[in-house]
Design a protein around this ligand. Structure first.
Ligand SMILES: NC(=O)c1ccc[n+]([C@@H]2O[C@H](COP(=O)([O-])OP(=O)(O)OC[C@H]3O[C@@H](n4cnc5c(N)ncnc54)[C@H](OP(=O)(O)O)[C@@H]3O)[C@@H](O)[C@H]2O)c1
Length: 423
């Protein structure tokens, strides 16, 4: 199965990358009108910080949260204080109970959009003018607004890697049809984009994603069965939301990033490698056809890739730390351990299988991570759950959003059943 479909993937991947490599980017007048999805999360809050530091350059026209409406209200207050000339943005609250709460809050009720996940799409479609959609939603819930942004023909500053893992081909279709563009926010993919600046696709040969190795880089296999949730959430270099922090501990995050890189840059899976780089100074490498290897280095600060994407790939002044190479001293790299971190191999296999396999991988992973965060399962159960679901769910073709949602739902049901058995 994997070998058969790998060839199709290779053909498809080489024919169309999502990233506008060597192409002219969209240009917009200032202030840039932003939609910030996932505004209460780690990416969303850092995006709003950038807006507050540059009140004349950006204007937020819509934002969203899922359940944390008090945090959203706080973000709106900070925004209003820093950008007094900007109108209050439209607000999407996707969790049903939280939306009821929000409808009773004077600061929010007047600006509230509709109910449920559809509110994310409304946040993209309703404002009169939108230039950039920053997608900082976590999980497959980010796919529909990414598709809506593609249909609107705007710039998508994409942090939500799950959009491409679940619907890479669907996103590509809408981007090409509507003249939209995707600029990556994930630091590894942003690093690659920075290395590719001014290049063409034909010069690109191989991508090397760097990985910190997570909190269990040096933990032996036997001890991994007994790690605590607190240890799982203790990432050595990055401070992020809980789901991506768990994914970083299992290395599923790197697996999802392999699939993201495949869709973004149109590079076949056998030319996307992973290197463990514990310091997280090198954010990734690009190898060109002549063997030249370019890297981007920096401190672990997501504001750099966020603002590079929003600004249409321009380096713009940023307060904060600078990398002191003398203090770094030397850079070290290791091979990833596919035995201790099976999620990495599972993600690669799902990518090679193509079709619905990456949707199944992602759905099972989201259920397993949620179960770990709710103390229902152990860390070492995560790859078991995903492997079992991948082996029982058949791989099908994904031609439309309803197809993707159906495969996602089947994967989640299958994973819930395994969680119930293990819990
Ligand atoms: N954090 C980073 O440094 C980083 C780096 C690279 C890539 N990314 C990617 O960026 C995305 C966001 O990560 P994060 O760390 O910012 O996550 P986070 O801190 O957990 O924030 C997630 C955001 O999404 C909202 N949300 C949660 N569930 C939702 C749902 N079902 N429907 C709609 N919105 C929902 C949350 O709302 P509430 O707050 O109301 O729950 C919050 O605003 C992920 O795809 C991640 O892989 C993150």
């Amino acid at each position: 199965l994997i070998e058969g479909t790998a060839l199709n993937n290779l053909d498809k991947a080489q024919s169309a990358s999502l990233y506008p490599c060597g192409r002219e980017l969209l240009s917009f007048p200032e202030p840039l009108k932003l939609v910030v999805l996932g505004a209460t999360g780690s990416i969303g809050r850092q995006t709003l910080e950038i807006v507050r530091e540059n009140p004349n350059r950006f204007q937020v026209v819509a934002l969203s949260c899922h359940g944390r409406v008090l945090e959203l209200e706080h973000e709106l207050t900070l925004l209003a204080a820093a950008c007094p000339d900007s109108p209050t943005p439209l607000v999407a609250v996707t969790d049903a109970a939280a939306r009821i709460t929000a409808s009773g809050m004077t600061g929010l009720s007047k600006y509230l959009l509709g109910h449920g996940p559809a509110a994310l799409v409304e946040a993209v479609e309703a404002p009169d003018e939108v230039h950039v959609v920053v997608n900082g939603v976590v999980g497959a819930a980010g796919l529909e607004p990414t598709l809506a942004a593609a249909r609107r023909g705007v710039r998508i500053a994409l942090a939500n890697k799950e959009s491409l893992v679940v619907g890479g081909d669907l996103v590509r279709r809408e981007i090409l049809a509507h003249g939209a563009e995707i600029l990556p926010v994930d630091s590894e993919h942003s690093a690659m984009a920075q290395c590719l600046s001014g290049r063409t696709e034909s010069e690109l040969h191989r991508l090397i994603l760097t990985a910190s190795g997570g909190p269990f880089r040096l933990t032996n296999a036997a001890d991994l069965a007994n790690v605590t949730l607190e240890e799982v959430l203790n990432h050595p270099t990055w401070n992020m939301g809980p789901k991506i922090t768990v994914d970083s501990a299992t290395l599923m995050n790197k697996g999802l990033e392999i699939i993201e890189a495949h869709h973004l840059f149109g590079v076949p899976y056998d030319r996307i490698d992973v290197l463990v780089h514990p310091g997280s100074y090198v954010h990734s490498f690009v190898e060109f056809v002549d063997g030249a290897l370019l890297a981007q280095l920096g401190t672990p600060d997501m504001k750099l890739p966020i603002q590079y994407a929003i600004n249409g790939e321009k380096h713009w002044p940023l307060s904060g730390g600078r990398l002191d190479l003398l203090q770094v001293g030397s850079l070290s790299f290791e091979k990833p351990d596919y035995e201790r971190f099976p999620c990495l191999g599972l993600a690669r296999q799902a990518g090679l299988a193509g079709g619905s396999a990456t949707i199944t991988l992602n759905g099972a992973n989201e259920v397993a991570v949620a179960a770990l965060l709710e103390h229902k399962i152990r860390y070492s159960d995560i790859p078991r759950i995903i492997e079992e679901v991948l082996s029982t769910e058949s791989v099908g073709t994904v031609d439309s959003l309803p197809d993707a949602l159906e495969f996602d739902s089947l994967a989640r049901q299958a994973a819930e059943a395994v969680v119930a058995r293990l819990a």
